[in-house]
Design a protein. Structure first.
Lengths: 152, 112
């Protein structure tokens, strides 16, 4: 499992993302910048977010599934290695943490969330938007693919 | 979509705008949130209006209190049940016995 090494930290705070970044008199407070940002979303939303992350500086993501204790796959991994970390929430996270059946969890450094937002903007300009509208499973696909992938 | 990026200048992003844009873009049904570790519990406790648990919880319950209720919650190791929740975030004891996974045997896994 990915774990934050013990012995260094005494406490942890979770706060809604819109509570961070507040300063008084220009001085950074304890809720200045989170170590990681997180959100729960459906698989469809997550893959679109990942596409946004990959818009610039593409790289393949390889993520872990420890099984029970998925927190190690999400916040544990992201806190330890400061990389985007996607998880399928485990039984415990759903039973006790109230995670819904259709939810996945993404944890990542806040600068990567900004990067993904910019990427999703670029994708949207290309006509690739979320929610993903259905095309039709029996339609001839060439007309639309010709728009998404113009001949070069 | 509004421009949330302040990081071109190296400054921290506008988190309020970032959160709003993310929720709108992905039609989120839970609140995006941030997580931060503190070397000093005193610094954590100094956060205005910080909520401290009134019972023993799993860390994902604490996360849910933030993501579903919008609370700002601070925890120390003793607020969390068991070494499992504590150790993932470095607030517990990651000794050999815990690392063996022995507590999971017969519950989630047949053998070690």
């Amino acid at each position: 499992m990915n774990l934050v090494p013990d012995g260094k930290y005494e406490a942890l705070v979770v706060a809604p993302l819109n509570k961070w970044g507040k300063r008084e008199g220009g001085i950074a407070g304890p809720l200045d910048v989170p170590d990681i940002a997180l959100f729960y979303a459906t698989p469809g939303a997550m893959i679109y977010f990942i596409n946004g992350l990959q818009w610039k500086g593409y790289k393949r993501f390889d993520w872990s599934v420890v099984g029970e204790s998925s927190c190690a796959d999400s916040w544990g991994r992201a806190l330890k290695i400061r990389e985007p970390s996607l998880s399928i929430p485990c039984f415990g996270e759903r039973r006790y943490g109230g995670v819904l059946d259709e939810e996945m969890l993404m944890a990542l450094p806040p600068e990567d969330m900004v990067k993904a937002m910019e990427g999703m903007q670029a994708l949207a300009k290309n006509g690739l938007r979320y929610p993903i509208p259905q095309y039709g499973i029996q339609q001839d696909v060439r007309a639309r693919l010709g728009v998404s992938y113009p001949k070069r | 979509m509004t421009d949330t990026n302040v990081t071109k200048t190296g400054a921290a992003p506008d988190f309020s705008r970032l959160a709003a844009d993310l929720e709108r873009q992905l039609r989120l049904r839970a609140i995006p949130f941030g997580m931060k570790l503190f070397e000093s519990a005193k610094e954590m406790e100094s956060i205005p209006k910080i909520r401290r648990p009134q019972a023993v919880h799993t860390l994902d319950q604490i996360v849910a209190q933030c993501a579903r209720l919008g609370w700002t919650v601070g925890v120390r190791g003793e607020d969390l049940v068991g070494d499992q929740c504590r150790s993932v975030v470095g607030l517990g004891i990651q000794d050999e016995k815990w690392s063996s996974g022995h507590r999971m045997v017969g519950v989630w896994y047949a053998t070690l």
